[in-house]
Write a protein that binds this ligand. Sequence first.
Ligand code: ADP
Ligand code: MG
Ligand code: MG
Length: 886
Amino acid sequence: MTKWVYSFGDGAAEGRADMKNLLGGKGANLAEMASLGLPVPPGLTITTEVCTYYYANGQEYPDTLESEVNQAIAKIEKSVGAKFGDKDNPLLVSVRSGARVSMPGMMDTVLNLGLNDETVEGLAKNSENPRFAWDSYRRFIQMYSDVVLGVDHYHFEELIEILKEEKGIDLDTHLEAEDWKELAQQFKAKTEEELGKPFPQDVREQLWGAIGAVFSSWQIDRAKVYRKLNNIPEDWGTAVNVQAMVFGNMGDTSATGVAFTRDPSTGDNEYYGEYLINAQGEDVVAGIRTPQNLTKAAREAAGATLPSMEESMPEVFGELADVFDKLEHHYKDMQDIEFTVQRGKLWMLQTRAGKRTAKAALKIAVEMAADGLIDEKTAVLRVEPAALDQLLHPTLDPDAPRDVLTRGLPASPGAASGEVVFDADHAEAAAKEGRSVILCRVETSPEDIHGMHAAKGILTARGGMTSHAAVVARGMGRPCVSGAGQLRIDGKAGVMSCAGREVKEGDIITIDGASGEVMIGEVKTLQPELAGDFAKLMEWADSYRKLKVRTNADTPHDTSTAREFGAEGIGLCRTEHMFFEGERIIAVREMILADDLAGRKHALAKLLPMQRGDFIEIFKIMRGLPVTIRLLDPPLHEFLPREEDEFEDVAKAIGASVDHLKRRASELHEFNPMLGHRGCRLGITYPEIYEMQARAIFEAAIVVEEETGETVVPEIMIPLVATRKELGMMRAVVEAAAEEVFAEKNHRVEYMVGTMIELPRAALQAGKIAVEADFFSFGTNDLTQTTIGISRDDAGRFLDEYVKKDIFAQDPFVSIDQEGVGELVEIGAERGRSTKPDLKLGICGEHGGDPASVEFCHRTGLDYVSCSPYRVPIARLAAAQAALKD
Ligand code: ADP
Ligand code: MG
Ligand code: MG
């Protein structure tokens, strides 16, 4: 018989930390903490299998669930010495969701469950604190009505505001027992008014209502959006935790807080967190009151006046610090912790591996390895490759002038500029148009996730370092400034103001998530520093990876950036981009529009020295590292003049009439250029083009070898080959050019000739094509287009829908379609190598910088991946992780 419910508490538990799939992250870690002997309020976890069962069986529970829950509750009652629903000595519980991985803010928690008109009196008497009892009751009605019954919380907040106004009070803390009692009555009436039936007084009904709400919340829209963004499968389900309440709102010796064992923003090895005296958990994260610092040092650094927990509750703080150390040593990772202090006694409510910025992830991994807490391999596996992106992003130039509007908390590092928008839908729409926006909100909630994702940065007026905005922004790697308290944001009016200055929707601002500054206008940014922890981790990663990492770079500038990021060569240098620069385009057009071979050769002669110059520069920067140069690939029509003055320029250069050139241009028109006269088809019809390019490459190689004394081995790549014959012919053109140049210069260089595999036919015929090839480079952009038959340029209109409907798990242009396109890569690699066992294999295309695709390339036994310069570190780390996971 399946066990649906697991108990924990009193130094023991039926579950363990490694049972996250079954118990969810929260439940598994509560069990683990209980077993470790930490003070955890007793409770029970209903497994994720119940959630799966519930959705598979028309929202019905397993038969034995209720009795298992009742037995587990009886254990809690015994442990606490109180009874659920008892009017003299009531047990109160929280009902908490918890999926396998933490989904911040996605699932709603209900606190103080078990209160009704009778039990509240018992609680008041037992605690000798009626104010606390009535405050707890009104919180429960408010939360339960909102989360379970669907009565929006603003109704209740409004009632509180009205009462405070009547009494001339501005802080909740000044409301008395009688006030909360009055509010509890008003809240119940409000709920009844909204729902047409009374607020449930039966505690069992309350309990099962809350449990049902947790399971239902697995399917609400914001949870679905979060899962989609984070690739969390729908069928994982959530667990439900029912746990005895402990109270942080019992007066001035009670408190609640959240903490990290190290600074999640910088990675510094210092306790880090926030707490509130006389409050309940959700107050800290909701940003309703601004929380106080955990440590004295942090308070001083922030220039805050309210005492830190270290100062106000030194003894409990000491216990908490011991728990931090114990947990870090036990889990061997930085922990994110939730705790409550009830009348001077510490209770642990949650622990999990803490989310952190890339900078912190690096620092923590490197330091923990240095301290021997983890080994180097674990350190390499600890940093998520895609997160490195954050580190490669710009920071503000300290010397650039800045017009600071206001300051908030430095919630997630990185600097960003963009137009001010006040709502998540606008942010998303603007980003779709390619505009940069900063999402500015009073505070964010899970409904804003899509807008936060679309924005370049996030600014909030309320909320601490652990507010929703801060946590989500750090997870996404978006710069964020939170809690800019001076800022008055009026989203409806489309304006925010501070100290008499106004910023309107659409105005440009800059935020610095590292300092918390908010500036008017755009501020100059600087490129990141790649020494220190970054260099160390990369060094470790490099020692484990088997795949080489090259870059796609067309210009000397890209090439040097990529070298700094550790590229080990160029996997794809596209020669056509060079054709667009300055005056060259005129010579290129002259070549394309020439009437005959002589005319083309005339134009090519002008291009030769320019191409040679580029190659000399690139070979010099790469200093002996391999460089793969792809000969001309795109359809010629891409280079054609369009405007009248462009035709005139070319006409002047060739000495032909504009009309004549226009006629030539229209002859070159193609209906489907992506499948038209492009790639090696250009070389087949106009071999003189490839001949010129080959000549430029060899001449450049010779110049560089002679100047620097270093060996240059160019790898010449023929695009869009479908047959062995095409490659054979193009190879002959390149070889002839080589021999001519070598004879002229009396200097030979080594070189290779290979091809891109970017057509299904080429992958299938790889065995034959390999006869003519020294290397293959899988051009997965075109291979994806030609395999699936989807044009990348037109896919935007429907691909989103495909991903939403789960036809593709991900955009196949971002992460390689391993099943389909991947199979062709596997076939191409295998057949190519069966002809030539030492055939060099790589991939170029956007996929080279996508961690999952890199892992695929590792498994397929390729020699290298090639990606854009900024993705090189990501690919290096992903390659190391792939090797370590073997
Ligand atoms: P989330 O997953 O959103 O963090 P939690 O289930 O952790 O939700 O609950 C939010 C907060 O509610 C916790 O941080 C804690 O402060 C408070 N809380 C939950 N359960 C209890 C409890 N049994 N006693 C006291 N406070 C609780
Ligand atoms: Mg929590
Ligand atoms: Mg291509």
